[in-house]
Design a protein around this ligand. Structure first.
Ligand SMILES: [Zn+2]
Length: 494
């Protein structure tokens, strides 16, 4: 992980590969976001010529002799009136990527003095943007084709007291990176068993973490008929992974459930190959939960949290579960499987019902790449949020507002449940094809009873077709920062 340090004054800065100078845009012209008069010689030309106008995330890199840096990067922050923590994040990410492209290792960022938002907010945005964008996944490339990462960034104008969140945010970013690594890697490597191993490794980080694994025979004993059905076609066994973090009284207990479909072919209701090539990402919910549990272990937050991951592959073969068959869930309700590709809700149904019955949760939040329909509704940068509890929605939306992981609440419209009625079983696993994300959520609702519950469908934002901003690879790691922010808001209320 890159090192970020504070440096009190411009004249005291250490030598580095590049000096980053931020600018705001005013009447289509760039104006410095700092008041260092002696720097004007550096940038007067590109400004007078109009080559740089400080549009948001605009970059101009050029070369200087005789300074503590040989390169100067002009960074556009957009209009001062529109500058937010998220803009600080995305523009820092743009600078980071420009430097990484030139294989630059170190930089000094003269922080904006003339921003209209509190200093701690934009500083935090800058550091988060740097941490999150300094990530690559290229272990499958030959060594000299691998991307370069920044090693150190010095923030000029920031003292250590301005950066109290630095160690914290580094741990959170490492959780995001871990989650991205799990999603980006081969499905043949990230099996249910590998997810269990990763979960188990968290025990080494904190004595407050305990991991339990329910193996196939345990799932049979517990009668988790839906998880077993989805997993029966695969060469690897399904598992239920339970990661307990106990650092406060269990009277307030959050359960996070993450969908862990380590590969989803669709099963016998086979996906077309054009929508299968991203299906190693169908365990992104599990990756978000594991990343979050890692952060909790390292931050030692006073919380009681359990991560629950139903992990399996949805494979196609002679043993695959079959469209039209009925399976009995852990809760006892039977489900007629009309489409084997609507498998996420099946494994989650057993995990949710198990959590309700065995873990005495105060609240449950599940996160899942549940439907493609959510990206039809919201596009690929926004996840769908469903909930049966207003106060939970409010807290999750507040957390999302802080971290920039976008959510939009969608309705649990009860009338649509009619579509889940089956002639021969208690439920069907799909509706009539419209409002697919809502139907998925309504199906899950059947298994949570009266517990305050929220469902995050990030079939959209877990995986971007094209990396963007501080999401530097297809796997975004969305969910980790959101959960940590949410959980911290709960722990502070206590
Ligand atoms: Zn599926």
């Amino acid at each position: 992980m890159m090192k970020i340090v504070g440096c009190k004054s411009f004249s005291n800065r250490k030598s580095s590969d590049c000096l980053i100078l931020p600018f705001f845009q005013q009447e289509k012209k760039a104006v410095p976001a700092f008041s260092q008069k002696k720097l004007e010689g550096f940038f007067s030309k590109p400004l007078t010529l109009g080559d740089f106008t400080a549009k948001t995330a605009e970059i101009l890199l050029f070369y200087e002799n005789g300074q503590k840096e040989e390169r100067v990067l002009l960074l556009g922050l957009g209009k001062a009136s529109e500058f937010t923590q998220e803009v600080a994040r995305t523009t820092a990410a743009a600078a980071c990527l420009a430097l990484r492209n030139k294989k630059i290792k170190s930089a000094s960022y003269l922080i904006p003095e003339l921003a209209l938002i509190p200093k701690k907010d934009f500083l935090r945005g800058i550091t988060e943007g740097l941490f999150l964008s300094n990530y690559a996944f290229d272990k499958f490339k030959v060594e000299d084709q691998r991307s370069s990462l920044l090693s150190v960034v010095s923030l000029i104008g920031a003292e250590p007291k301005d950066l109290p969140f630095l160690a914290h945010d580094q741990i959170v970013a490492e959780g995001v990176h871990m989650s991205r690594d799990l999603v980006n890697d081969n499905a043949d490597n990230i099996t249910p068993q590998k997810l269990a191993e990763v979960a188990k490794s968290l025990e080494k980080l904190s004595s407050k973490i305990k991991v339990r694994i329910l193996h196939k025979k345990d799932l049979q004993k517990e009668k988790m008929g839906l998880l077993l059905a989805v997993g029966q076609g695969a060469s690897v066994d399904p598992l239920l992974i339970i990661v307990e973090y106990r650092a406060s009284s269990p009277s307030d207990h959050t359960v996070l459930v993450g969908k862990g479909l380590t590969y989803d072919t669709g099963g016998l209701s086979l996906k077309p190959s054009t929508s299968m090539d991203t299906m190693k990402s169908d365990m992104a919910g599990a990756a978000a939960v594991l990343g979050t549990m890692r952060v909790l272990a390292l931050l030692d937050l006073p919380l009681c949290v359990t991560g629950v991951i139903p992990a399996t592959e949805n494979a196609i073969g002679s043993r695959s579960y079959k469209p039209g068959d009925v399976h009995r869930s852990y809760l006892g309700k039977t489900v007629e499987v009309m489409n084997t590709d609507a498998e996420g809700r099946l494994v989650l149904a057993d995990a949710l019902a198990y959590s309700v019955k065995k873990l005495k949760p105060s609240r449950i939040i599940d996160i899942a790449t549940l439907t493609g329909a959510v990206s039809i509704a919201l596009g690929e940068e926004i996840a769908g949020l469903f909930s049966n509890e207003e106060s939970l929605v409010k807290k999750i939306e507040e957390a999302s507002g802080r971290t920039g992981e976008l959510l939009w609440r969608l309705p649990l419209h009860g009338d649509y449940s009619e579509q889940l009625k089956s002639d021969i079983a208690d439920l069907k696993n799909i509706g009539n094809g419209k409002g697919g994300s809502i139907l998925g959520a309504l199906f899950l609702k059947e298994f949570v009873e009266k517990i305050p519950w929220a469902h995050i469908d990030f079939g959209s934002s877990a995986w971007l077709a094209k990396p963007k901003g501080y999401y530097t690879t297809h796997a975004t790691g969305v969910g980790v920062r959101l959960f940590v922010e949410f959980l911290e808001s709960i722990s502070q209320k206590k």
